[in-house]
Design a protein around this ligand. Structure first.
Ligand code: SME
Length: 157
């Protein structure tokens, strides 16, 4: 996968628009359609209690709220690090939203305001995300954070 080209394309897609939701929606659609073998790609953002609430995504309808610190997303958010799961059935605290999902990567969004959400990608293929994918997807998410960090993430209640 040519992540360098994808990062440049994502930067182009997000430049010139300052609306947070518009950029988050386009970023999710971009990743979903550019990376092969995915069944879901999208955002979760924390509410005041630290639960993660569903944001813009592509794929089937998903769980709307993930309790604070729970699931792969909660782990990535509270620990502030990328979590890659090769087989969700072997990850005890995985939260099932789509039974088609087998592997998953969750990257926290870390900007000047600290961690302000996560970007989650699911695949129906076991061990879909190797170390090169992890590094490339982190670069894509960093491009998103650079593009939106001065705009306003939603504050769900
Ligand atoms: N599997 C995630 C929940 C979100 S869905 O995959 C879209 C988790 O365990 O946090």
């Amino acid at each position: 996968m040519d992540y360098e080209t994808l990062v440049a394309s994502a930067e182009g897609l997000l430049s010139g628009e300052s609306d947070f939701i518009a950029n988050a929606a386009n970023f999710a659609a971009f990743v979903y359609h550019e990376l092969p073998d995915l069944n879901w790609a999208g955002f979760y953002f924390p509410n005041a209690q630290g639960d993660l609430v569903l944001g813009p995504f592509n794929g089937r309808p998903a769980c709307t709220r993930l309790p604070r610190g729970r699931g792969v997303c909660g782990a990535a958010f509270v620990e502030g690090r990328t979590v890659v799961v090769d087989d969700v059935h072997a990850f005890a605290d995985h939260i099932v939203c789509d039974s088609a999902s087998v592997s998953e990567i969750v990257v926290p969004l870390v900007g000047e305001r600290g961690a302000f959400g996560v970007f989650d990608i699911d695949s129906p293929v076991a061990a879909r995300f190797d170390d090169a994918d992890r590094a490339g997807i982190e670069r894509l998410v960093a491009a998103f954070v650079r593009a939106v960090d001065t705009t306003h993430a939603p504050t769900p209640v």
